[in-house]
Design a protein around this ligand. Structure first.
Ligand code: GCV
Length: 691
């Protein structure tokens, strides 16, 4: 099977060049006693072979029993199977870990010193193995290990917005979809490598098809919309294809889910209705679930976008979202499946920000226990910066999932090197006050089994997977944060850069700083940095680019008038601020206490309203737009300074991206500043904005 040469991302496994470390690694790991049996153990052995070959220059010698003649060796398996584990580690310690957890420990067994990787599940052994390989790639000592890991979030899922059969990707900027449904069940090497990348981060679920599963009821002439054919995957003849894909991911501990169309009973089943209270509809979903599990026994469940942007849903039958979700949940329940039901709804409301809460908060507690309500991080739509959705603090009786976007729909697409990890940290650390002070989003999510984090995928057929080599960091950072939201952005970044570009300290420091500063720059040139958003070009057709600036297209989002700018979302305005728990409502309601970076999201203020340092609103908008462009120029200069330190292929690719990034940042700055000037007629103090 022919595959183009594509990048290894952070699994490069470059030779350890420190002699002392390499010697120690070889002494301890060259001989490996690895359990056999489960498919996941095959993945473990294959990864050890690949990893050690690269890192240490030789594959491990694999044993089927403890190698008595060898002083130090590696042991991977479950406690009950292997004496070097059961005789050195209390099995209760392992069996009481979370299912995906693992232990890596240096132990003395008889006259041997063993490096043990053990776990309660086969999946945990996969994660533990990748962790050990990461230690080597990072150059960490392994002489005295005692690592106990459990994921904070039970579900760590990637949502692909890939359109089956057509291979387009909605909001994808890295080429065609990697999933070739025409040829499935034939498999591609690339599926295996993608599964390896995900498993190395602890991702345990994948939805390979777009949440837009069908052409909306009011179709447009846009080709990309006409390509949404994901509803077809539930057809009986396609389930074999889904199972083929699932079989690859299963070896790496990843369960496969599908996005389904709410009108499937009509489209696929020939029924006249998809009304969730209709017994025939209920029976149809049950039969379909039985059929799916016959073919894919570990199937994860359904992801649903309902009553949103033209997709069908329970509102078509005057039913609530809970009634809508529960019929699917009941069908999946006997098989251990789960419904991920998106809260991304908006329609006629004057202020879209208030709608998800108004729809879902009143039905808290009405969802079946195997339903997770999946909430985008902010109330609008993956903007450069948004306040955190009010729903995270409002549904204590419902399993909640947080939806983050890895792909850069509004953050420069595959071109701008905008690193999302600092934004995600802000989201996960945000205190919802759901259970009094000190209830950050990360704790709300980690609280219950049916919860977790879902990310909108970023990869495509491009050799570099993500459209820009530097954007691989968003996939890496997403996975690491899902596993452990307490990691700092700095820790994650350092890990990624070292594994991706090696240990040259100049490269590590430069690339890390660039990534960590990129989000602030992105906010400044795309928004002016005071909480404005949604100022992109859209156009007539539904899937226009969202890349170029067009603030004039969105008066209701920007609120620019002759006397001021911003949208009044206070308790006396659209009421969005009132959806938060105390004391957040008061904080946002008052422009004096509202954080400056969200000021114009919550308030409509005079152009010359004075900020605490005496600068006016309009002047700050101008300044931030100009600062944003300067910051991007600075990022480009720093990258250019790495010529010769980073291999030529990656160096040139990223350098070209930065050239376009600068041009695009200038375009945004100029369009926004002209717009601010046209509405305010207030001149820039520094004379940079044409009058
Ligand atoms: C998958 C935004 C995007 C759409 C996306 C939608 C969603 O509106 O522009 O492309 O559709 O969000 O999250 O459902």
């Amino acid at each position: 099977m022919f595959e183009t040469n594509y990048d290894d991302c952070w699994l490069r496994y470059e030779r350890v060049d420190d002699d002392e470390l390499r010697t120690s690694y070889r002494q301890r790991l060259s001989h490996a006693y690895v359990s056999e049996g489960a498919p996941e153990l095959g993945a473990v052995r294959a990864e050890l072979g690949r990893g050690f070959e690269g890192l240490l220059g030789r594959e491990p010698h694999l044993w089927q029993h403890p190698p008595r003649s060898i002083e130090r060796f590696l042991v991977i398996g479950h406690p009950e199977e292997m004496r070097p584990i059961s005789e050195t580690i209390d099995p209760d310690e392992i069996w009481t870990l979370a299912e995906d957890g693992y232990v890596i420990r240096t132990v003395e067994w008889e006259e041997h010193e063993c490096t043990v990787v053990t776990a309660p599940s086969d999946r945990g052994l996969v994660y533990g193995t990748f962790h050990l390989l990461r230690l080597l790639a990072l150059g960490e000592p392994i002489d005295d290990l005692d690592i106990v890991e459990e994921p904070a979030n039970n579900s760590r899922i990637l949502n692909h917005w890939d359109n089956p059969f057509r291979r387009s990707v909605e909001r994808g900027y890295a080429g065609q979809s990697i999933f070739d449904w025409e040829r499935l069940p034939d498999l591609r090497e690339r599926y295996v490598d993608y599964a390896r990348l995900l498993a190395s981060l602890g991702i345990n679920g994948i939805v390979p098809n777009n949440v837009n599963t069908g052409i909306p009821s009011r179709p447009t002439a846009n080709d990309a919309v006409a390509e949404r054919a994901g509803w077809q995957l539930l057809e009986s003849e396609n389930l074999e294809k889904v199972e083929a894909l699932a079989s690859v991911f299963r070896r790496y501990g990843i369960r496969t889910y599908l996005s389904v169309n709410y009108a499937a009973p009509i489209r696929l089943g020939g029924l006249e209705t998809a009304d969730p209270l209709d017994p025939e509809v209920q029976q149809w979903w049950q039969d379909k679930a039985d059929e799916v599990y016959d073919v894919i026994p570990d199937f994860g469940g359904f992801l649903v976008k309902a009553d949103s942007e033209g997709q069908p849903g329970p509102y078509d039958y005057d039913r609530s979202h809970a009634e809508g979700a529960n019929v699917l949940a009941e069908a999946l329940e006997p098989h251990g499946g789960r419904v991920w039901w998106r809260a991304f709804v908006y329609s006629e409301h004057d202020d879209r920000a208030v709608q998800a809460y108004e729809t879902f908060e009143p039905i808290d507690g009405e969802f079946h226990e195997n339903v997770t309500v999946q909430i985008k991080n902010g109330p609008i739509d993956f903007q450069q910066r948004e306040p955190i959705s009010t729903l995270f603090g409002a549904m204590p009786e419902t399993d909640l999932g947080c939806e983050l976007q890895l792909t850069g729909e509004y953050t420069g697409q595959g071109v701008h090197a905008t690193y999302h990890v600092p934004m995600w940290k802000e989201i996960l650390e945000f205190d919802t006050y759901a259970d009094g002070e000190g209830t950050p989003v990360k704790d709300v999510l980690a609280d219950r089994e049916g919860q977790g984090i879902a990310g909108v995928g970023i990869v495509g057929e491009d050799p570099n997977w993500t459209g820009n080599y530097l954007l691989q960091s968003n996939l890496y950072g997403f996975g690491r944060l899902c596993w452990d939201p307490d990691l700092t952005a700095e820790e994650i970044t350092d890990e990624w850069v070292r594994q991706t570009f090696g240990h040259d300290e100049t490269v590590v420091e430069t690339v890390s700083d660039m990534l960590l500063e990129s989000w602030d720059a992105c906010i400044d040139y795309h928004t002016g940095g005071l909480g404005l958003m949604h100022m992109m070009y859209n156009g007539e057709a539904a899937l226009e680019n969202h890349y170029d600036p067009a603030p004039e297209e969105w008066p209701e989002y920007v609120g620019a008038t002759g006397d001021g700018i911003g949208v009044d979302r206070t308790s006396s305005g659209s009421g969005y601020a009132a959806q938060y728990r105390a004391p957040l409502t008061d904080l946002y309601d008052d422009p004096e206490t509202c954080p400056e970076e969200l000021l114009l999201f919550f308030h409509h203020l005079p152009w010359e309203y004075e900020l605490p340092d005496g600068t006016t609103v309009v002047q700050r908008l101008y300044d931030n737009c100009f600062d944003g462009v300067e910051a991007v120029r600075e990022l480009r200069a720093r990258w250019n300074g790495l010529e010769g330190r980073v291999d030529d292929r990656r160096y040139r690719h990223v350098a070209e991206r930065f050239d376009e990034h600068v041009v695009q940042a200038e375009r945004w700055r100029d369009a926004l500043c002209a717009y601010f000037y046209d509405h305010s007629t207030v001149a820039d103090e520094n004379g940079r904005v044409p009058r």
